[in-house]
Design a protein around this ligand. Sequence first.
Ligand code: GLU
Length: 431
Amino acid sequence: MYRFAPSPTGDMHIGNLRAAIFNYICSLQDKSGFILRIEDTDKERNIEGKEKDILEILSKFGIKPKQIYIQSENLKFHRQLASKLLIDKKAFACFCTEEELEAKKQKAKEQGVAYRYDGTCERLSDAEVLNCEKPFVIRMKKPTRTMSFTDAIKGELSFEPDAVDSFVIMRADKTPTYNFACAVDDMLEGVTFVIRGEDHVSNTPKQDLIREGLGYTGKMNYAHLPILLNIEGKKMSKRENESSVKWLFEQGFLPEAIANYLILLGNKTPTEIFTIEDAVKWFDITKISRSPARFDVKKLEQINREHIKLASKERIKEIFGVDESKAELVKFYTQESSLVPEIKAKVEAIYSPKIAPDEYKNEFDIIKKAARNLKACETFDEFKKELMSVTNLKGKNFFMPLRALLTNDLHGPELSELYPLIKDDLAKILI
Ligand code: GLU
């Protein structure tokens, strides 16, 4: 069972989307299932409406979870299982105050050593714990052995007990930390494979330790994805426009193209242009490069163009809001632009009332009148010759206003190539 576990705390980052797509593909390959879990445990960071955005984004990519879980609804399990860990002495109540911990962290910093929890509260007797009325958190006892796991991308990874440390699993307000809620939920929801960003690598031994403490013996497999870099080679921050899936949609990138590019990045694929369904046939998570991949929006533009060219008439209608008969025209304009709004504007300009260019006002009017009275012409050559002979215009004085009359633009693609795509619609275009 695979899962995608986003937090509804901001616009979806392409790194997260990449994890969602990889999880989804792997779940289709081994038919084990894919669930979505909204990790809304950190109430203060949740943003209203983001949960809906996540569902909408996934559905644009055709990603259908078998089940949707809301993490906060599992609170009763988190509390019960934290109590179990306390009773079984796998975890302990910690009464250290923020100020005390801060002072110890400061001291470690001054001494130039890494701060670790010093075990103060782990040494308290049961009686001391029961009689203490101060607020407390629950900490997992740090492991007594090296924790290790095999990552499908990074290979064997090991963590010394000090690196795992006695970490907090329940806060003083009786809500679970990310590591605890995530470890428990993955176990309860039957997850067997976790594919997520490499920023979570150090959380993995903690989550394994929690499940081990609970007596869970099910095997959890992991693949941690290298981070995505921007074109300058720096980590793509959440603030960067290009890292937001929503922003990419607003620019006019298609989900087909975004998915294609995210699967292509840091990977060796049999072809450059493909769909998620194609990738299900050959995708191999173990072949994803260990080094960070560079996200190049120019490359994404090229892939977007290819997907517009491949789209069915129905899909073109859906994306561009134009009649299916204009699908070929839309595709033709990919030579001018790669983005949906730009292409759409160019196609719409052909069907909108034309503005005579200042420098060719007279010629424009003459050509417009003549063109409207012309018989139907099969080819541009015929059309051009007929018009030239009626108007007596030639060269720039003919072609520039004619282009403006057909496209509302003084620049653009070869008119001879455009003409066959618009010839049947001339009555609607010569306006
Ligand atoms: N909510 C975490 C995140 O969005 C989930 C990480 C995970 O997949 O475990 O980063």
